[in-house]
Design a protein around this ligand. Sequence first.
Ligand code: SF4
Length: 268
Amino acid sequence: MKIYEIKAKRILHRTKIPGADFAINHYSGCMHGCIYCYARFICKWRKQNDKWGEFVDVKINAPELVAKESAGKKGSVILCTTSDPYQPIEKEYELTRKVLRNLNPNMKLSVLTKSDLITRDIDIFRRFKTCELGLTITTLDENIKKVFEPSSPSSNARLQALKKLKKEGFYTYAFVGPILPYLTNLEQIFKEVSPFVDLLMFEDLNLNSCRKEVFEAIKKNFPELEEKYRNLSKEFWFEKEKEIQQLSEKYNKPVKIYFKHTGSLKFR
Ligand code: SF4
């Protein structure tokens, strides 16, 4: 893993991501190295030839920039959109913690991660008037997780993190994205996470930036699905939307669906 300490010019960026006005990415690159990660496009912008999942740029001046740029700002802010704020290097740098400590607490905070390290910062989250905390859960099957999210914490660790955050009184959500066709068991996820979350969000699999990586993983680990992945259609995703709505009623949990294939993902 290559770690580069760099200085950023700005840190609070406007975003078109649904539900957020600003995004903060104080790390660039991610040690979790998920196969389907859309943020791998970052590799094209860098001088170095490092592969996705094998480098992290650490923006060491992020805490100072956040204090300056968020002062007096209104609106919502998400950590992070192109990295994971609680990837393993956070244990050493505590950059997310420092960023949160300096962020204007009047802004509406949303944090999304795959790591149970998020529970370390419960004291800092309490600074914010409004705060929602999300854990990504694409599957509860460890064998599937290991294929697509090789270096991230186990699904059970994420479930335990949600449980703890809910117990501490936070607004929590599960981000089920991307749904892995024929592998993500939606009913199982509803059943396991519903007691600990206020909301479930869903995203479809967008192969534009990770086609090669996903097909390699499918071919190697689930060869029986290769043909099905080649034939994924709009109808498949419309059916998934229906299934999610039915499960939402069954488990009495609100959902948000962000599917590009069906047009339910709307950027502002
Ligand atoms: S945790 Fe998120 S940012 Fe990191 S590799 Fe996985 S999908 Fe990408």
